[in-house]
Design a protein around this ligand. Structure first.
Ligand code: DC
Length: 247
């Protein structure tokens, strides 16, 4: 009688995640995109989902404090993340290109208001987690390392003084031909920070196991160098990159 040998098939390891959290204007979006293109990983700009929800609320006449209606809207957001012929990211909401519309200061403020509502965060949780695909994901936001991807293999919390962040935003706006007031931008950044830090659910804070980097005095290249050094010290991530994928 031949003994039946049971084959144990190990489930594939989940795609690795690098979480980059921090306040607005800290440079986390730039770092996330550079890192993703260097590693060949996918990228999640989680703030764009809150911005898209704020815009959808405006389109549908939903008030920013109507939690029940915003929850339904968040669950049915008709969004496509695409690339144009030049390889640039394009975001389509309900059939309309809203790539630039969601980047205004007003949408940032509205996003921060809807993001404070617990039901909205729950409704957007799985949508964010669905971005986790092989060969890996770089996720940027406020709660990537604490709530959405607590098992991320590397967690960076990138911060900078409110003044430095406002000044960067000021320069960006002037370069794009917009007028801007530096004191108003500092005020705006401070009130968004307060709302993001003090909300009861998934507040902006560094995970206990995050590496905190202050970019007030550091350029983007110096931050990238520091992050790459951290990646070089993670054997699982290095192995994963060598194999192309852990699957
Ligand atoms: O990163 P951003 O500036 O595009 O984000 C806009 C707002 O969305 C931010 O003020 C707070 C909210 N947000 C959040 O609560 N959680 C995230 N993971 C990302 C953004």
């Amino acid at each position: 009688m031949s003994a039946e040998v049971e084959k144990v098939v190990m489930p594939p390891a989940p795609a690795p995640v690098i979480a980059i959290d921090g306040p607005s204007g800290s440079g986390k979006g730039t770092i996330a995109h550079r890192l993703a293109s260097l590693l060949g990983f996918h990228v999640l700009d989680s703030g764009s989902l809150y911005r898209l929800l704020a815009l959808a609320a405006q389109h549908h006449g939903v008030a920013l404090d109507n939690e029940a209606a915003l929850q339904v809207l968040a669950g049915h957001l008709d969004v496509q993340f695409q690339q144009n012929a030049a390889g640039e990211a394009v975001i389509i909401l309900e059939g309309e290109d809203v790539t630039n519309v969601i980047r205004t200061e007003e949408m940032g403020r509205s996003a921060s208001i809807v993001a404070a509502l617990p039901a909205v965060r729950t409704a957007l949780l799985h949508r964010q987690q669905a971005f986790r695909e092989q060969p890996g994901l770089v996720a940027d936001g406020r709660d990537m390392g604490t709530v959405v991807f607590p098992d991320a293999c590397l967690k960076i919390f990138l911060t900078a003084s409110a003044e430095a962040r406002a000044e960067r935003r000021y320069k960006q706006l002037l370069e794009k031909g917009f007028s801007a007031s530096l004191p108003a931008l500092v005020d705006d950044i401070r009130s968004r920070d307060n709302r993001d830090i003090n909300r009861p659910v998934a507040p902006l804070k560094a995970a206990d196991d995050a590496i905190v980097l202050d970019s007030t005095q550091l350029g983007i290249d110096a931050v990238m160098e520091r992050v790459m050094r951290e990646i070089g010290q993670l054997p699982e991530l290095k192995r994963h990159l060598r194999n192309g994928s852990a699957a």
